[in-house]
Structures are given as C-alpha cells and as structure tokens.
Design a protein around this ligand. Structure first.
Ligand code: HEM
Length: 408
C-alpha cells in the first residue's frame, strides 16, 4: 500500500543510477525493491537521494512541479545551487525551467519539432544510415565483427541534428567530435563548465554566419524567435542549441544501441522485423519501454511528506523512467520483451510538462536506424563485451556484433 510506508530506515538502499551493466542488471534491482514493498527507495549517496520506482510515484513527482523543481536535473555531489545545466546555456532552456517560465521556453522550441517539421527528414535520415552501413566495408558473414555503437548508433543523432541546424556538411566529423567530447565531460563531471569551449566557439561561429546569411534551417528559426516579445540574443540561441545537443544526442544514440543490443541477443525478434516490417510500429515502443535510456532528477523545493517519506528541501529525487516502465501494475509481464506489445503507454519520454519535446524526431531516428540495420544485416549476434555509458543516460558505448547474414 503506497500510503503505508515504514520509517526511512526500512527503505534505505545503496540504490545508485551509476551501476555498470545498467540495462542488464537494473531491472533485477527494481524488482527486488518493489517486491520488498518499497515504492520509494532512499540512498545516502549524493547527500541523500530518493528513488521512486513505481509508475505511480514517478508519475506523481513528474506532475508536482510545486514540490519538485527542475532547477537541476542531473544528480551531482556538488551543492544543488551550483548545478543546473552547464554553461554556455545562458538562454532559456525548458528542461531546467519551472512554471510559469517553462511554458514560454517550451513554446519557442515546440513548432520546430512538430510532426510536420520532422516527417520530411525521413529520407535524409535513411540516406545517412545507409551511408554508415556502406562505410563498414566488406563484410564476411559469420566472421566480420563490427561495433554497432561506435560505427553506427553514435553517428546518427549528432549528424541529423547538425543537418537540421544547417551546419556545413564538411564539418560533420569536427562537429561530432566537439559534441561527443562535451557530452563525455558533462557525464563524467556533472556541472562542469569545461569541455564545452570548442563546441561553444564552433556554435558561435555558425550563429554569426546564420545571422549574416539567413536560410531555411533550425539555426535561422532559433535566431528569429522572441522570448516574451524580446528577440533572442546570440547567447540564448547558443544555449538552446547546446540544450538540443545534450537532450537529443546521447539519448537517441543510447536508444538505438540498446535496441540493437536486444536484437543481437534475440534472433527471433530480428527475424520478426525482417519478415513483417509493419511490426516496427509496436517494436519501436517496446524498445523504448524496455530499455528507456533516460533517468531524470528533481530537487525537493520545500519539505514534503511524500506518501510517508520525509523529503527535505534540496534532497535529490531521481525520476527513473526505466523503472516506471517495468512496473507490473502498469504493464503485463513487464520484464518480458514483447515485440508487438499492444498496450504500451510507457514513460521513456517522461511525464508531465517536461515530456520530451524531441520525441517525434527520436522516434523517427530510432525507427529508421533499426529498419536499415536489419534490412542490411538480417542476422547478427553479440560478439564480445559491451561497454555501457555511466550516469543518467544509459546505453551501450561499445557494442561488438558479429554479422551472420548480409542482404543480397
Ligand atoms: C525532455 C527522453 C530525444 C529534446 C526529455 C525528457 C525525457 C526525454 C525523459 C523529460 C525530462 C524531464 O522530465 O525533466 C528522451 C529520449 C530520447 C530523447 C528517451 C531518445 C530516444 C530527444 C531529441 C531531442 C530532445 C532527439 C531534440 C533534438 C528534449 C527537450 C526536452 C526533453 C528540449 C525538454 C523539454 C521540457 O523540459 O519541456 N527527453 N529524449 N529529446 N527532450 Fe528528449
């Protein structure tokens, strides 16, 4: 009974979102906590951190923006007041805003990610995926091992957003390096302001160029938005671009990687996608449910008794959407991957006012990436150790797979 929790000692755990082997081991931990009657766990790490692990409690916290602030969404050992997303976000990022300003910040970006803006990108995303597959060179079925994270998944979101922003195609490798270096620093050291300077300078140059030569792309769109009637400054536009990179790159890379990790170990599911491509509509949602890459966090804004849990101002609260997605009260047989699961209202894109603004783009990239991979390689298997990311966005960073079959 979620209204009848015991004293805090009863649900204290060393719960940590930084487990290695996260996708493989986290569901077991959540199950254990849940079966022990523990819908909100507590950990002493990071100066005190709560971890709701049921769908209901994750849902409730996501919607209660009065008690749970988005001022900082990445858990860190630093003082909460120093955190929030790192510079150069000087602008208006919805992800770290609370109401009422959040609505203003979100409204600026929303039109750029509406379905009618995103759908026309499908062919371009497909061409990019095919190009990456072509670049893998000669493949000998049964022998060749490729790294599906390094050679494939990691390139897709960064290249797509670079193209949407209208950054020069000849800079693609450079831009990718700047973005990945910056993201790595942020993941290793939340709150850091270092590692972003190359990226910040590069984006600054692109903004200058777009101010002089406006065109039909996302950067020009951002340069023309107004925030409460005031034109956006270059800093704000730079901030919005960095936000899109932080929110859209690691996340989508992880979702593509985890889906391929699953398929590499479940040949029957790969075969099903090959035989019946229409099943992709359902498979896409099941990949997102079963391997949701993102865990967000909130800070407690004021002391609150949350279902009997004595939460104190400035305590961290995790929002483990992956755990919500494994709640048996919400999903039948949650730890089984059912490729054509019909009822699947998962929380991978979050819940409430901060729900992912890029979900149309993320779904498009994930769908096309998996479609093209299984079209080219109708059979593949895991071929070595997988290296997982650490932190709040989880997915394979090295994913060796042996190709067993290449399409004619
Ligand atoms: C917010 C997940 C891809 C842009 C969020 C949130 C989640 C999420 C869980 C909620 C944050 C919160 O409650 O604090 C994902 C996943 C993705 C993905 C799983 C890939 C599979 C993208 C992409 C973009 C994007 C491709 C854009 C390029 C954003 C933005 C927000 C957001 C701007 C903040 C929205 C707000 O605060 O109102 N995302 N995301 N995301 N996402 Fe995504």
């Amino acid at each position: 009974d979620p209204d009848d929790y015991g004293p805090v000692e009863d649900y204290r755990t060393d719960f940590d979102h930084a487990w290695p082997e996260y996708n493989a081991t986290a569901p077991e931990v959540w199950k254990e906590l849940r079966e022990g009657g523990c819908p909100v766990a507590h950990s002493d790490r990071y100066g005190g951190m709560w971890a709701p692990i049921t769908h209901e409690t994750v849902h409730e916290i996501s919607y209660d923006t009065d008690h749970f602030t988005s001022r900082a969404v990445i858990v860190s050992v630093g003082r909460p007041g120093d955190l929030a997303l790192p510079a150069p976000i000087g602008g208006a990022p919805p992800i770290t805003s609370d109401p009422p300003f959040h609505a203003v910040a979100r409204r600026l970006l929303l039109p750029a990610f509406a379905p009618k803006q995103i759908e026309p990108w499908e062919d371009e995303v497909r061409r990019l995926c095919v190009k990456l597959l072509d670049e893998m060179g000669d493949i000998t079925p049964g022998e060749t091992v490729i790294d599906a994270a390094v050679q494939y998944a990691q390139h897709i979101p960064v290249n797509v957003i670079g193209r949407m922003l209208g950054f020069p195609p000849e800079d693609e490798a450079l831009f990718r390096k700047f973005v990945h270096d910056a993201l790595e620093r942020i993941n290793e050291e939340p709150g850091t302001r270092e590692g972003l300077s190359d990226l910040g300078e590069y984006i600054g140059r692109q903004i200058d160029d777009h101010r002089e030569n406006p065109r039909d792309d996302l950067t020009t769109y951002l340069l023309n938005v107004e925030i409460d009637g005031t034109p956006a400054t270059d800093d704000m536009v730079g901030g919005m671009i960095v936000l899109l990179l932080i929110a859209g790159v690691d996340t989508t890379w992880s979702a593509i990687g985890s889906s391929l990790w699953h398929l590499a170990q479940n040949q029957e599911d790969t075969q099903r996608l090959v035989d019946d491509p229409d099943v992709m509509t359902f498979a896409l949602e099941e990949f997102l449910r079963a391997y949701a890459p993102v865990t967000m966090a909130r800070l407690v804004a004021e002391d609150i008794d949350f279902h009997g849990c004595p939460m104190k101002k400035d305590d961290w609260v995790l929002l483990p959407f992956p755990a919500a997605n494994r709640d048996p009260l919400q999903f039948e047989d949650p730890d089984t991957f059912i490729i054509d699961r019909a009822k699947n209202r998962h929380a991978a894109f979050g819940l409430g006012i901060h729900r992912c603004l890029g979900s149309n783009l993320a779904r498009l990239e994930l769908k096309v990436a998996i479609e093209e991979f299984v079209r080219r390689f109708p059979a593949f298997e895991l071929a070595g150790d997988v290296r997982w990311s650490v932190g709040q966005v989880r997915g394979p960073r090295e994913l060796p797979v042996r190709i067993l079959q290449v399409a004619d």
